[in-house]
Design a protein. Structure first.
Length: 237
């Protein structure tokens, strides 16, 4: 390819109604504007190119690099008042070559995804264990099974919960406490039942605030020393 100037631009009208200035063919689903006049792809010497919609970055890159002539397809977004890329036009041979290349390394990409998934799984297990230990440090009387359940729930990858936030990942005390408080709210109080009965969320939280703090206070209380009247030899669930 000679030079690296701006790409040829092809317009995809939202409502095809224009006809080619030269051959009068139309309405045109794709057109090239030259001197503010619409031209069909054949008259613009682009009729031999194949349309590749956006969505596969690797295929688009390879097809563009293999094509001696290519054009970008744009469509006007009236709401955003701008033109947005819809895909490209490339030579058929370039598209076939790009598709073959993408198929050839599909197995390698799949293996890489599997390795990445395994690595993330190991990281998630480690973080859940670390978060469980931090919950038990802040709430030493919390049953270990409950601490692990809270950590597993709040640290689920992709959940958007507190444990996946930056504060949660750094084991910020406020974030960890918020996760435990949320678990107590749903599992140890009538909060969910209030919501189902039509009580507003803020009012339901106000009503359950005392019960939640009672549980948290009990979980924060250090274990009594062995031999003392309050020591039972085990943690109650």
């Amino acid at each position: 390819m000679v030079g690296a100037g701006p790409p040829v631009v092809v317009v995809q009208p939202r409502r095809p109604r224009l006809h080619c200035t030269e051959c009068h063919q139309g309405p045109l689903p794709l057109l090239v504007l030259e001197h503010n006049a619409p031209h069909c792809l054949d008259c613009a010497d682009l009729g031999h190119l194949s349309y590749l919609p956006r969505g596969n970055a690797a295929l688009t890159r390879r097809a563009r690099e293999a094509s001696s002539l290519w054009a970008v397809v744009l469509r006007h977004n009236s709401r955003r008042t701008r033109y947005e890329r819809q895909g490209i036009l490339v030579e058929e041979r370039a598209l076939l070559r790009a598709e073959a290349a993408c198929l050839a390394d599909a197995d390698a990409r799949a293996r890489r995804r599997e390795r990445d998934a395994a690595r993330r799984a190991v990281e998630d297990v480690r973080f859940t264990a670390t978060l469980t230990a931090e919950i038990l440090r802040l709430f030493p009387c919390c049953p270990p099974v409950r601490a692990e359940a809270v950590a597993t729930h709040t640290s689920l990858r992709g959940s958007g919960r507190v444990g996946r936030s930056a504060a949660g990942r750094s084991l910020d005390e406020g974030a960890v406490t918020a996760a435990v408080r949320a678990a107590v709210r749903h599992d140890d109080t009538a909060y969910d039942a209030l919501l189902m009965s039509g009580v507003r969320r803020d009012e339901a939280r106000r009503r359950m605030a005392g019960a939640i703090e009672t549980v948290l206070a009990a979980w924060r209380r250090p274990n009594p020393p062995r031999g003392s009247p309050g020591h039972s030899g085990r943690r109650d669930a």
